[in-house]
Design a protein around this ligand. Structure first.
Ligand code: PGA
Length: 249
């Protein structure tokens, strides 16, 4: 059985004090939730305050990005060992906003994924097609290419420790959620790619999250899809009441 993951991606929102207040508010609302792993990914500077506020709860803290080297003259970057030392257990890798605005490529996503795994962080690796790719009937091609250039290069041991997030770019922050059927189709396609490359057991064990305008009122329909193992939530993760409602779907 795959344990679902409900992860919040705060993007560039909230100060350290706001992060601590959020977690103190969220914790009792999700304290009874043992059906899912709960993750909150705040901005880097909020991580110490968030880790502190989440101590002793069932909420794990993650980062939204990392650099693939451990240390060095790389102004502005943060490494996997630093994230672990700060108390992170998770990290989002290859979010479409990183790809779109910060030059992230399938190659950098691969390097970041292995860097996270080297330090025992669980990477949430994002894949997904853009609007023009979906409209051009290219969705499966795009997913197959992202899989071939990144995930398929992991060893079976490495692959067993990642989480995948399918995030159709046209559904992110647009209020335009993929219907459960559209999501299910993509999740099934990804699972078959995994099966063909890593085998049945790896395919059945891999958790594939959906992301893109997930809200309290659409999570249930999404989670009813057999190949969908949780959610990566942006906007609706910024409010403890709505995030708790998603966790407690
Ligand atoms: P959204 O963002 O829920 O605001 O659409 C999802 C994401 O970018 O991970």
């Amino acid at each position: 059985m795959r344990k679902p993951v409900i992860a919040g991606n705060w993007k560039m929102y909230k100060t350290p004090a706001e992060a601590a207040a959020f977690l103190r508010d969220l914790a009792p609302r999700v304290a009874a939730a043992s059906h899912a792993e709960i993750v909150v990914c705040p901005p880097f500077v909020d991580i110490p305050a968030a880790v502190d506020a989440a101590r002793g709860t069932n909420i794990g803290i993650g980062a939204q990005d990392l650099f693939w080297l451990k240390e060095g003259a790389y102004t502005g970057e943060v490494s996997a060992p630093m994230l672990v030392a700060a108390g992170c257990r998770w990290v989002i890798v290859g979010h479409s906003e990183r790809r779109q605005y910060f030059g992230e490529t399938d190659e950098s996503v691969f390097k970041k994924t292995t860097a996270a795994l080297d330090e025992a962080l669980t990477p949430i690796v994002c894949v997904g097609e853009r609007l023009e790719e979906r409209e051009g009937g290219m969705t499966e091609n795009v997913l197959a290419t992202q899989f071939a250039t990144g995930l398929s290069r992991l060893s079976p041991e490495q692959f067993a420790r990642i989480v995948i997030a399918y995030e159709p770019v046209w559904a992110i922050g647009t209020g335009r959620t993929a219907t459960p059927e559209i999501a299910a189709e993509a999740h099934h396609f990804l699972r078959e790619l995994i099966r063909a490359h890593f085998g049945d057991a790896a395919s059945e064990a891999c958790r594939i999250l959906y992301g893109g305008s997930v809200k309290a009122d659409n999570i249930k329909g999404l989670m009813a899809q057999p190949d969908l193992d949780g959610a990566l939530v942006g906007g609706a993760s910024l409010d403890p009441v709505s995030f708790a409602a998603i966790v407690n779907f």
